[in-house]
Structures are given as C-alpha cells and as structure tokens.
Design a protein around this ligand. Structure first.
Ligand code: FE
Ligand code: FE
Ligand code: ZN
Length: 276
C-alpha cells in the first residue's frame, strides 16, 4: 500500500492529526514541531499521546514526520542563533521520545558568507552535540533548492554532513521533489539517473522520506515555491512515476502543497489511484 499523507496543523494535538489523516485517507502525516518561526513548543498532553499511540497502531498511521521550524539556522554566523537552533532541536528530539520511532526533518541551514565548508562543519557539530545513542527518532536532512547560500542544494552537500556525524545510524535524508527540481535535478525527464546519482553519492538506504510537491518554477530555478500536484513544472505524470519507482517503494510520501484538507484528500486519492 502507498504510504502517503500531508502536512497537518498540530494545534489540537496528536489525536486530532490522526483523525484528520483518517478523514483524508492518509496513513501518515507531517506537522511542525512548534511554531514554524520558532518559539516555545506546546505542553505535551500524556493522555493525548497515549490515545494517539493506540489509534496510530490500530489504523497503521506511521511513521509521522515532525518538521523543525524552518527559521532555525544551525550554521548561522551568530553564535546566539546557532545556540538557539541547537537547543530547539535538542528539545524537539527529547519530546519526540514520547512517540518513539518516528522521523524529524530539518533544513540544514544557510552559511551566509562564511563559506560552505564552515557551514557544513557547524551543522555537523550541532548534530554531534544533540544526537543521543539511545534515541529512537531518525533525524533527516532535507534536500534544498539551493537559494542563496543554502546548504543542501546538492546531494554532495548532504553527504559531506553525514560523513561527519558520529551517530550516523540516527541520520537519514528527506528528498523534496520541488526542492531537487529547483536545485537542477531533472526528476521529470531523468528520474532513473537522478536516483542513481543519489545512490552513488549518498546511498539510497539513507533515503527515509519524500516530500511530494510540484514546483511553480522551471528546472534549476533555485526558488522553492511549491505547487499542487499537476499544477507546476514537474507535472502529474512525473509525480506518478515517482510514487511508483521501485527504488522509492515503501517510503512515506508527504504532501506540502498549498491546500486545505479537501485539496489534500483529492491529491491523496489521485495518487492512490495511480499507484500500481
Ligand atoms: Fe521543509
Ligand atoms: Fe519540503
Ligand atoms: Zn519548500
């Protein structure tokens, strides 16, 4: 069965997200670990967690993906901002142990004039500080569109970070179809080649999740504007080939398209029908 879900609001807690997932025929979901601009996380309600764990098990809703606030910059030139990113992610990872065995995704960061080598070093240093041997959550680096000084616009960037991680067994990659397209990887016309390149550079065993989005911009635009499936430059046929590719079989797919629940329900239905 296709493992597919979408980005949901976490404001009413875990059970509410599980119920919304069921409502749109999703069997996984993503949410922001806290306000996307950072700030304090909501108190975890043990009753909500307990109920959620039983619903998730019973309905086979798994694994969920908690997305870190996208304003965090693990490789900022400002030590205070780096410290903030580290403390926030460490806190997120600690909280995620209430719901063991899921995924946590973050944007590697922007090196802003420090150069890519320093940026990669700072990101790896942060991860080495916060990863714990006993944690059950897998931390994912997201592939990025390569806007400005963003790190993660190439598979090589991510590989260089992964190579510096001591507890690398806790690390993986989330491939965002809009981002890789904007970064210049032609997943519409050369999907096999792109996945082979991913395998050669990073290794497909590191690939743990897919963000399934169309892109408002052409190949290599370095922009990062998501479109609904079939309403962008990647196109519906290519997205259908992606969910059916043998190398991606079994991975969870998360929609981050501009939609409300009913729009997500339509996209999920469309992808389920296209899944062979
Ligand atoms: Fe993201
Ligand atoms: Fe994404
Ligand atoms: Zn994006």
């Amino acid at each position: 069965m296709l493992r597919i879900g979408c980005h949901l609001s976490s404001s009413k807690g875990y059970c509410s997200m599980a119920k919304n997932a069921m409502l749109i025929n999703a069997n996984t979901f993503q949410y922001f670990s806290r306000n996307p601009r950072g700030g304090n996380a909501k108190e975890i309600n043990p009753k909500d967690v307990e109920q959620f764990l039983s619903i998730a098990k019973e309905q086979d809703i798994t694994p969920f993906l908690a997305h870190a606030p996208y304003t965090l910059n693990a490789c900022s030139a400002d030590p205070k901002l780096r410290e903030f990113a580290k403390n926030t992610m460490a806190d997120d990872l600690q909280r995620l142990e209430c719901t063991p065995g899921n995924l946590y995704n973050f944007h590697p960061g922007s090196h802003v004039k420090q150069g890519i080598d320093i940026g990669i070093d700072l990101i790896a240093r942060m991860l080495n500080d916060i990863l714990k041997p006993e944690q059950t959550t897998t931390v994912l680096l997201e592939t990025m569109a390569g806007k400005g000084s963003e790190i993660g616009g190439s598979f090589e960037d991510l590989k260089r970070i992964l190579d510096k991680i001591e507890l690398s067994g806790h690390m993986g990659v989330c491939l965002d179809t809009c981002h890789v397209w904007d970064a210049g990887y032609d997943i519409a016309n050369h999907l096999d080649e792109v996945l082979t390149e991913f395998d050669t550079v990073i290794g497909l065993k590191r690939l743990k999740a897919i963000h399934l989005n169309d892109s408002l911009n052409p190949l290599g635009a370095h922009k990062d504007r998501h479109a609904r499936l079939g309403e962008g430059h990647i196109g519906l046929d290519s997205l259908k080939r992606i969910i059916n590719h043998p190398a991606l079989r079994g991975l969870p797919f998360y929609l981050e398209t501009p939609n409300e629940l009913d729009g997500y329900a339509r996209e999920i239905k469309m992808m389920r029908e296209a899944y062979k």
